[in-house]
Design a protein around this ligand. Structure first.
Ligand SMILES: Nc1nc2c(c(=O)[nH]1)N[C@H]1C(S)=C(S)[C@@H](COP(=O)(O)OP(=O)(O)OC[C@H]3O[C@@H](n4cnc5c(=O)[nH]c(N)nc54)[C@H](O)[C@@H]3O)O[C@H]1N2
Ligand SMILES: Nc1nc2c(c(=O)[nH]1)N[C@H]1C(S)=C(S)[C@@H](COP(=O)(O)OP(=O)(O)OC[C@H]3O[C@@H](n4cnc5c(=O)[nH]c(N)nc54)[C@H](O)[C@@H]3O)O[C@H]1N2
Ligand code: SF4
Ligand SMILES: [Mo]
Length: 744
């Protein structure tokens, strides 16, 4: 911990005001006074300062947390020297401490009694009861009758412990997490194209690119500090946003391509064809470092500019111009988020972007790359260490050598490691619906708000014999349904590491005591191991920093090898460390370089070290608009001040003020006029699966025929439809067909 009694780096209010140079958005983020600047610490109260990576989004900003004599956080500010955020933070970051103080924090375990009411219980009772019920279910119905659903929002050490305990200790076969709702598509795409789940970029690339193409990404509000990095770009770049909506990011870009939803695949195949026809292919790179180019070139041949124009609603000339920029600008980078991942054909779409980077040799060099931006603070950690569909450290359950290696590092019998992958989230739920999975443990996710097609989800959940929910708050929608509730400490109340979007590993620190009897997830897993009778198996997992040493060993020899990281102090003094950083890594000055990207040598992680062109014919959307449901509903983030289901951000008065409380639906002026609607009028929005009431917000951000409702409102997933991408099994959250009627 850094001793800093005089707090010399305290930024003054004026410089912080200057730092917010963000785009004009409709949610007031440009008014810094609104997000907690009034709370800068008073100089004399600060006894020490420590640092912690922010616990919200995958940007991974570092915060300086100012502590009093007792080591308790008084307040925080944005780290000025961290290579990610350079002194900036968004409203959520500034307000990070407030959700910890909420009055509805879980302070004691709860057990549902015979009358159906949740009653306080001791940890021994609650964990004893959980162990008893899960064991009984497994004895009667086999190991496949239980499962867990985890998260991308706890520390790496925590979900590694969770995954190891559940599968190797308790004998589970199935577990998945909310990363499935989010990043699974990028994982599947990278694995097949590059041989490993390996986002290649570093944030410096935002500043060093000549042409940045954002596909299905609303960076200004979902990753505001990454957008600030784009704003620092001095190369006069083209910033092109491909999104059906005129988002905050689209407005701030140099160009907005307002495509028809789900026409992206056709569009980018046509762009690839044009790049090939115009001779803009980097022939040397393609010949030396890729496979299947000839097949790809033949495949894209039917995707003419006219065909893409027909599908996307863009003009043939604007598609040609897009291809020209991709083919001729020196440094081109492709960035994507949920508009790509959350699609029934997301994996192929992500690969269509990867293909363009490969075709034009835009990879491994400054300002380039096919770059998936991650959502949650530690989605990248969960991708490597959740032990769900891949074995700890990016290994394979199905490979005997991998099982042997992991068993050796952990000192457990090899037979403890399942030889099959877990079912994916949607398959776990299907098994719940069929009565095959009877006990479910949900950790740090709130699927009764966030999972797609809620009615179906709720029906399935009712079939469970036992639901355990482990959350910071006892009153989330999901926690209220629990038979057993386990109160968890949150960000700020525990130690550990997160991995951000650019593969940077950084530490989080305990700066507050958890309320009541709430325990860090790590400690809950430790206690549960004891109650299950496998405490001995996890005797080395005494604290997160010890567990980190085990994870280092698991990473050895993998593309993500970070065995060269000494300990948490090494991470803190280095400004975080991007993987890979193997034990044999060397640098000239003995320090770890602040920015590193992958594939500078053109060698990929496939067996022959070549990247693959992966492609497939586009398919029609699962649900198109029709006479009865004439609109396409789009869903996504609504503001930089709210986080998902709002369990944390709703607890801050400051953040709440920045966003409307009541649910609203964005509707184009043309459609509103036809229906005689004005902003504020009540409407009924209906799909084949459910309905909701929302007030109309008449605006130009959505084109005619499209509506938008943000995912922060719990009602939205009553409307959505559970279709998944066949390769990643990520749900198609972004679109469904709905009707809208004025309610008078
Ligand atoms: N403030 C805030 N920030 C967050 C989060 C939050 O809840 N609040 N959540 C975090 C998480 S977990 C995630 S995953 C990220 C998500 O970050 P983003 O993916 O940037 O956010 P979304 O709004 O979900 O979706 C992005 C865009 O995809 C567009 N889109 C929809 N369909 C299509 C399509 O067919 N084609 C194209 N090209 N675009 C389409 C939508 O119109 C939307 O503008 O944000 C992270 N950051
Ligand atoms: N329609 C629609 N639906 C969507 C999306 C969309 O774009 N459209 N986006 C999807 C995406 S990308 C995502 S990532 C999901 C997110 O969906 P969720 O994961 O359900 O959303 P959160 O609100 O982040 O839920 C996290 C939960 O963990 C708790 N928590 C926080 N920290 C801790 C901790 O340290 N320990 C424990 N035990 N609990 C903790 C919080 O209180 C909260 O209840 O939503 C998905 N749903
Ligand atoms: S951009 Fe993301 S990581 Fe940075 S302060 Fe905001 S929520 Fe936290
Ligand atoms: Mo996400």
């Amino acid at each position: 911990m850094k001793k800093d009694p005089l707090f010399p780096k305290r930024p003054d209010k004026a410089s912080l005001l200057r730092e917010w140079t963000g785009p004009l958005t409709n949610d007031l983020v440009q008014q810094p006074g609104a997000f907690g600047l009034g709370q800068l610490p008073r100089r004399l109260d600060v006894a020490a300062t420590t640092t912690s990576i922010c616990g919200f989004c995958g940007t991974g900003c570092q915060l300086e947390v100012h502590l009093n004599k007792e080591g308790e956080a008084i307040n925080l500010s944005a780290s000025t020297e961290y290579p990610v955020n350079l002194g900036m933070a968004c409203p959520k970051g500034w307000e990070s401490l407030t959700p910890l103080e909420a009055s509805d924090r879980g302070t004691t375990p709860l057990l549902r009694d015979a009358r159906g009411e949740q009653r306080p219980a001791s940890w021994d009772e609650a964990l004893g009861e959980m162990a008893r019920r899960f064991k009984k279910t497994m004895q009667e119905h086999g190991p496949e009758s239980v499962a867990w659903l985890g998260t991308g929002q706890i520390a790496v050490e925590e979900f590694a412990f969770l995954g190891a305990l559940a599968k190797f200790g308790m004998g589970f076969v199935h577990g998945d997490g909310n990363t499935r709702q989010c990043m699974a598509t990028a994982v599947a795409a990278y694995k097949e194209s590059f041989g490993f789940d390996s986002p290649p970029f570093t944030y410096q690339d935002f500043e060093e690119s000549d042409c940045l193409i954002f596909v299905g990404s609303n960076l200004c509000i979902a990753h505001p500090i990454m957008w600030q990095r784009v704003m620092r770009n001095q190369r006069n770049p083209d910033v092109i946003v491909v999104d059906p909506r005129r988002t905050e990011t689209a407005m701030a870009a140099t160009e907005h391509l307002a495509i028809e939803p789900k026409s992206d695949l056709t569009l980018f195949y046509a762009v690839a064809r044009e790049v090939i026809h115009q001779g803009w292919v980097d022939r040397d790179f393609v010949a030396q470092h890729t496979n299947d180019f000839a097949e790809f070139a033949a495949f894209v041949e039917p995707y003419t500019l006219e065909k893409a124009a027909g599908a996307s609603g863009l003009s043939a000339s604007s598609i040609q111009e897009l291809a020209r920029k991709i083919g001729t600008r020196e440094r081109v980078s492709f960035w994507w988020t949920m508009g790509v991942n959350q699609s029934y054909e997301g994996t192929r779409l992500a690969q269509a972007l990867i293909n363009l980077a490969l075709l034009t040799g835009n990879i491994g060099k400054p300002g380039t790359g096919a770059n998936s931006i991650t959502g949650q603070c530690n989605a990248m950690g969960s991708r490597l260490f959740s032990n769900t569909t891949n074995l700890l450290g990016g290994h394979q359950f199905t490979e005997a050598a991998d099982r042997r290696k992991v068993a050796g590092v952990l000192g457990i019998p090899e037979e403890r490691i399942p030889q099959q992958n877990s079912l994916a989230y949607d398959q776990i739920l299907e098994a719940v619906g069929q009565g095959k999975i009877k006990a479910l443990w949900i950790i740090a996710t709130n699927p009764l708000h966030s999972w797609i097609e809620q009615n179906r989800f709720k029906e399935r959940l009712e079939k469970l014999d036992c639901l355990v929910v482990q959350d910071m708050y006892a009153n989330t929608l999901t926690a209220q349904s629990a038979d057993i509730y386990l109160p968890a400490a949150g960000w700020g109340e525990k130690d550990g590491t997160f991995i951000n979007s650019e593969r940077r590993i950084g530490t989080i620190r305990k700066v507050r005591k958890a309320p009541g009897q709430a325990l860090a997830d790590f400690q809950i897993f430790r206690a549960l191991a004891h109650h299950w009778g496998v405490g001995e198996m996890f005797r080395e997992w005494t604290c997160p920093e010890e567990a980190f040493q085990i994870l280092k060993k698991l990473s050895v020899g993998q593309p993500c090898d970070f065995s060269g990281i000494r300990d948490y102090a090494h991470l803190e003094e280095s400004g975080g460390i991007q993987w890979p950083w193997p034990a044999e890594a060397e640098s000239e000055d003995g320090k770890v370089p602040a920015q590193r990207r992958l594939f500078g040598d053109g060698k990929f992680f496939t067996a022959d070290q070549r990247a693959r062109f992966c492609f497939e014919k586009p398919r029609p959307q699962p649900e198109s608009p029709c006479g009865e449901y004439p609109y396409i509903l789009l869903t996504g983030r609504g503001t930089s001040s709210q986080w998902h289901t709002g369990t944390r951000t709703e607890k801050s008065d400051v953040l709440r003020k920045l966003y409307p409380r009541g649910i609203y639906v964005e509707i184009n002026a043309e459609d509103a006029q036809k229906l005689g609607l004005q902003s504020g009028d009540k409407t009924l929005v209906q799909s084949r699966r459910g309905h909701l009431e929302a007030s109309a917000f008449v605006c130009q951000t959505v084109p005619a025929g499209k509506l938008f409702i943000s995912m922060h409102y719990r009602e939205v997933n009553r409307l959505t439809r559970e279709d998944v991408d066949p390769y990643s099994r990520e749900p198609n959250f972004k679109i469904c067909a709905v009707s809208l009627k004025p309610l008078r």
